[in-house]
Design a protein around this ligand. Structure first.
Ligand SMILES: Cc1cc2nc3c(=O)[nH]c(=O)nc-3n(C[C@H](O)[C@H](O)[C@H](O)COP(=O)(O)OP(=O)(O)OC[C@H]3O[C@@H](n4cnc5c(N)ncnc54)[C@H](O)[C@@H]3O)c2cc1C
Length: 406
């Protein structure tokens, strides 16, 4: 049988899951080639702990090679262009051709889209910004703390609210909460609007119980770092002493400039198979756009990149065997919502449900926080730690009746 090649572009959450599942399911003679420009994988959910000084950077990243199954060929290179018709990719390491291509290039921050953002915000969506936020907290003696969503879309719908709750917790721990105010400004009408009004109200209540104010519908016009002011589109202003920011996001340039991109620059896919309009070319994770029955987009979250990657790998393996793949993506997702004080809530449900996603929120608890820590270590810990954390999660999630993709 001729040796076939699958190119996986991007070695973040989705790319790693896809490459490893391909290696497990494909004939050993077939090649699995993963192209990634970074040497290390940074586990992005842990940026929230980095920003409040509860992790060091070296604790939340790991050399990519260590996370890949043996037999996955890793090419450390920048992808320059993708030709989905010829299934050819130009990279800094040369031209690559694949029988199948999986695009998992994520979403890139667009920090210059809103004037002043880059200078004003402690951007906790980057490791440097999160570490800068932790240092700023060390100097902070109280004042106005603001968490801002600079513009839509952004990844991880819970992130601004988790950030506010963790900042609250940290200020309490440092004894300066009573000298501080915490406000969250977002252009969204409610927290996680895709999840419906009940979820939004629950998150607002969670924050309200800690004295955190939420300002929905706040579209930022510009940041004025010299005055420490945010100016909104309606002309109103908000002052801050410490500004934790979430940047606007867009699809990576290499995707926007390819034939894969839809009108918005993201890649439209069949939501069940993740195939693009080009046969044999798939896209998963943050780089895709999937519209739900209620007209809202499927949120950008690692849990979806993970589930989609498994489906794509199994479908490719089936197609190489001459079978129609039976695996389809069902839109089921979940996330732990850090609530501070060593507790986390857990939201889970089906995003493909009609007319709206059906989601449940479990109240914050210590065991759920422990689950979030185990999840982190199962991804990014040392080899033995990953195994133990994985086993702990399997047992813990069964006991708690949680469905977790591992
Ligand atoms: C603060 C924060 C908290 C979060 N918390 C959660 C959470 O609790 N739960 C959850 O499910 N999700 C969470 N997320 C979101 C989650 O991290 C992302 O949705 C997930 O990483 C998406 O996976 P992906 O594979 O699509 O993209 P990524 O993991 O971003 O991977 C994309 C990869 O492509 C590489 N790349 C891009 N362009 C090129 C190029 N031209 N050449 C070569 N390589 C390239 C990048 O270097 C990157 O490694 C969080 C994100 C943040 C920032």
């Amino acid at each position: 049988m001729a040796r076939r090649t699958v190119l996986v572009l991007g070695g973040g959450v989705g790319g790693v899951v896809t490459a490893n599942e391909l290696r497990r399911t494909l004939d050993p003679a077939d090649r699995v080639v993963l192209v990634e420009r970074e040497h290390r994988l940074l586990f992005q959910p842990s940026l929230l702990w980095l920003m409040v000084g509860r992790r060091r950077r070296d604790q939340i990243e790991r050399p990519l090679r260590e996370l890949l199954a043996s037999g996955v060929e890793l090419i450390e290179a920048e992808v320059h262009s993708i030709d989905p018709v010829a299934r050819r990719v130009e990279t800094t390491a040369g031209t690559l051709e694949g029988d199948r291509i999986v695009v998992a290039l994520g979403a890139e921050p667009d920090r210059d889209a809103i004037p002043g953002y880059r200078e004003a915000a402690l951007d906790f969506f980057s490791p440097d910004g999160a570490a800068a936020c932790a240092r700023a907290l060390d100097e902070f003696r109280g004042g106005r703390v603001v968490v801002t969503v600079a513009a839509l879309p952004y990844k991880c719908p819970a992130a601004p609210y988790e950030a506010a709750l963790l900042l609250d917790d940290e200020l309490r721990r440092r004894g300066i909460r009573e000298h501080s105010e915490i406000d969250v400004y977002s252009p969204e009408p409610a927290p996680m609007p895709v999840a419906g009004p009940v979820m939004g109200a629950a998150v607002v209540d969670l924050m309200g119980a800690k004295g955190i104010r939420f300002h929905p519908g706040s579209r930022v016009d510009r940041f004025e770092p010299a005055n420490r002011d945010i100016v909104f589109a309606d002309g109103s202003r908000a002052a801050y002493d410490l500004l934790a920011g979430i940047p606007p996001h867009r699809a990576p340039a290499v995707v926007r400039e390819s034939q894969l991109a839809g009108e918005t620059g993201w890649i439209p896919v069949d939501r069940a198979t993740l195939e693009t309009r080009h046969p044999g070319v798939y896209a998963i994770g943050d780089v895709t756009t999937i519209t739900l029955a209620n007209g809202k987009p499927l949120p950008r979250a690692g849990v979806f990149a993970h589930g989609e990657g498994l489906v794509v790998a199994r479908r490719i393996a089936a197609s190489f065997d001459g079978r129609a793949g039976a695996d389809t993506f069902d839109g089921v997702g979940y996330c732990w919502v850090e609530a501070g004080a060593g507790r986390a809530a857990f939201a889970a449900g089906g995003f493909f449900a009609e007319p709206d996603p059906t989601l449940n929120l479990r109240a914050p608890g210590r065991s759920l926080h422990a689950g979030k820590v185990l999840f982190e270590r199962s991804w990014i810990g040392g080899r033995l730690e990953r195994r133990l954390a994985h086993a702990g999660l399997v047992v813990g999630s069964r006991l708690a009746g949680l469905r977790v993709t591992l």
